[in-house]
Design a protein around this ligand. Sequence first.
Ligand code: KG4
Ligand code: ZN
Length: 350
Amino acid sequence: MKVLAIETSCDETAAAVVEHRHGRFVVRSNVVYSQISLHAKTGGVVPEVAAREHCVKIAPVIEQALHRAHVAPKQLDALAVTAGPGLLPALAVGVEAARTLAWLWHRPLIPVNHIEGHVAANWLLNVPIRFPVLCLVVSGGHTELLLMTSPRGFRCIGRTLDDAAGEAFDKVGKLMRLPYPGGPSISKLAVNGNPKRYDLPRPMFSAKNFDFSFAGIKTAVLYLVHGVPGKGKKQKAKVKKADVAASFQQAVIDVLVGKTIRAAKEHNAKSVLLGGGVAANRMLRAAMERAVATRLSNVDYHQPLLEYTTDNAAMIGARALQIFKKKKTWPWQRVAPDPNWELWDAGQNA
Ligand code: KG4
Ligand code: ZN
């Protein structure tokens, strides 16, 4: 089975051809056009600006994906597209392109949830994944702990109450005047920093639930770097930027890892997975791997290859193929962009 997948939920225009053959996922092509340089000017994504750029790039990106895969439209079994969640004007470009091609080529169109795509990036590893699965999805828009009892159904058992983890990285990067986006800039700077230098809060670390909150850490960094408002300039200490970056990163990692391990124990998970743009953070990857190995017994750990952590269409193709196998396909007429697209719930959809 072969699909052409399209992803335009935020600031990456992406298309990929993914195949499921003899029980393995094969990424035949994976083309990502990143708009980072465009959004660096505003220090964040302006939805209409992103959508306009998707309009310009979507056709060449799709053409490249087919070309690199050496696949003709008639060899495709279906098309897939991220229908949500995401920025509505950005999603609409990918969805409309996919609808048009599905109509022209007489193929079914599979709408995919972006978060489920981040989770499915782990299946591109082609290793057996034991259920129940606990997956931490950490991106610019989401921080969620998802429990899966089968590839079909997701249950969200915890989420951020304010900023997403990636959003916190980006905001801290901005207030430290680091290049956009903050996530990669902070992790680079943190390499030479002391993570124990500044004592930053670990919000909700001990809370009984599995929710997160990152706004407090961000505010603590703001006060550390720019001083507490109303206290005058005198109390503003000279800080070492690399130490701030390392201390901030460590605070976020401690909370993410601590809560994931506790959730895995409580829900008897057999595998822990990671996904989303923040999963590109090498310290987080190493810390989670170590924690699963040392604090859980008989639990596997998987994390996507780096190229499938930040937004891409290969992960959307993987999820679409999982859905397609269950014969859940939608006629293209019924697929529309939906910023609040719900997770696949086995109870409702099975
Ligand atoms: O999944 P993604 O590409 O887009 C969304 O779905 O939001 O995630 C982007 C997020 C950004 O906030 C970016 O700063 C963060 O992932 N990110 C990182 C790293 N690389 C990307 N955060 C921390 N460390 C990194 N190395
Ligand atoms: Zn994403």
